[in-house]
Design a protein around this ligand. Structure first.
Ligand code: ATP
Ligand code: MG
Ligand code: MG
Length: 406
């Protein structure tokens, strides 16, 4: 089934009409979450047609897409059928059927980035093996499949020990920390056991987390957004500050590592490179996302070209835009679900209402049908004349009236 918001010429890979937009190629996106939604918003501005594949009838991108095909991006048959409608296929989530994408590529379907990139990235262990083979600095890691080699890893790397699921990880779901050898069995069990596919990483006592969004065009030209700092809460990206407050030589190191990582992967698009900065000035790679990313939401208001427009330009073979900031500072705050159901909606709406009164604040609400604790429901980006000013504005947004203060 599909919901049409178009003019009926929906099954064509290229909109042949003479009046077409900046590109007549129909963009197919696997996934229709908030990233897909914001891709649709950027596409709308350029009159580019975006079709999405997502199982959820009322997914965030649904109302904004030219067409929404209701189906699973992890189902080979659904992806194959969907690809017939698209001139170029891309992703807003890496947990898609990569095997089917590889087969489709052999049949001439244009996937950007390439299926090989999705295959490597969607398995975090394989991703680590790939980047370490490229000589990219990253925390020590090791595959585990029984208690004996997990204990061995604990002896080698020490505690706390980070245990991660290889697959289907997001927002820290799939990560767990063991503080002692005695905790290992319960932590492994909490992650679904060894059959689930696990590996361990040495704990990195970082001073900051940084992120660099790198765009690569079809002609292989590369362009980077400014280095940002990401602040996590319960393993979930919570606040992003742009530009990052780190010395220039750290920025340069971060950009060099990010570019090297992206150059080792195939295909066009934007890629987010998550990094750790250690207290002795080392920069280590955490992971790469082969798509627009939470750490780049701020670019919508703070950069000349947003990460979403940049992704579309890249995959459509258009020239890359200017990723530099058009405002001195930006801060992005994720609206995470604080409570289930109505109570959660009420708190989020209160916060957005307050943001409407703050200069430079921009509200994004993803229109997810259900509210859950710690779920990403929306975000607020505040731009302004300096780092201090945007931080103060965010503080004033977040300060809660304490009971009895009036
Ligand atoms: P995402 O939503 O970014 O895809 P994810 O579920 O893939 O998240 P990771 O990026 O692996 O999870 O980890 C989430 C967070 O946990 C990191 O941003 C960092 O704060 C912390 N973390 C991850 N690995 C380590 C490590 N080796 N040492 C210390 N902290 C870590
Ligand atoms: Mg991840
Ligand atoms: Mg991450």
């Amino acid at each position: 089934s599909s919901q049409d918001h178009g003019d009926g010429s929906s099954s064509e890979r290229h909109d042949g009409s003479a009046k077409g937009g900046v590109s007549n190629t129909v963009v197919g996106v696997l996934g229709g979450g908030q990233l897909g939604r914001m891709l649709c918003q950027a596409a709308s501005q350029m009159a580019v047609k975006v079709v999405i594949l997502d199982p959820l009838e009322s997914c965030p991108a649904s109302g904004l897409a030219y067409q929404h095909v209701v189906g699973s991006f992890d189902d080979g048959d659904a992806v194959r059928e969907f690809a017939k409608r698209c001139g170029v296929l891309t992703v807003e989530i890496e947990h898609v059927d990569a095997v089917t994408l590889e087969k489709l590529e052999l049949q001439g379907i244009d996937c950007q980035p390439k299926a090989s990139t999705i295959r490597i990235i969607q398995d975090k262990y394989l991703q680590k093996v790939h980047f370490s083979q490229q000589g990219i600095p990253l925390p020590d890691f090791m595959e585990i499949d029984n208690l004996a080699n997990t204990e061995k890893a604990g002896e080698l790397f020490g505690y706390p020990l980070m245990i991660k699921s290889k697959r289907l990880a997001y927002d820290g779901r799939g990560n767990a920390v063991a503080h002692t050898k005695a905790e290992l069995p319960s932590v492994v069990a909490a992650l679904g056991g060894f059959d689930h596919g696990l590996y361990v990483e040495r704990w990195t006592p970082f001073v900051k987390e940084l992120s660099v969004i790198v765009a690569r065009a079809r002609d292989n030209s590369v362009s980077c957004f400014p280095v940002v700092e990401t602040i996590h809460k319960n393993n979930i990206c919570h606040i992003v500050e742009s530009p990052a407050d780190v010395p220039n030589k750290i920025k340069k190191l971060a950009v060099d590592i990010a570019q090297k990582a992206v150059k080792s992967l195939e295909g066009a698009g934007v890629f987010a490179v998550e990094l750790f900065l250690t207290k002795d000035g080392q920069v280590l790679l955490n992971e790469v996302a082969p798509r627009p990313h939470n750490s780049g939401h701020h670019t919508i208001e703070s950069c000349y070209t947003s990460q979403y427009e940049q992704h579309l330009r890249a995959i459509l073979g258009l020239p890359l835009g200017d990723p530099s900031m058009k405002t001195p500072a930006a801060i992005m705050y994720n609206i995470l679900g604080e409570d289930e159901g109505e109570a959660g909606f009420h708190l989020a709406h209160q916060l957005m209402g307050k943001a409407l009164k703050i200069p430079g604040a921009n509200i994004h609400w993803y229109d997810k049908p259900e509210m859950r604790k710690l779920r990403k429901m929306g975000h607020i980006t505040i731009v302004g004349p300096s780092k201090n000013v945007v931080k103060e504005r965010l503080d004033s947004l977040l300060e809660r009236e304490t009971p009895g203060s009036h």
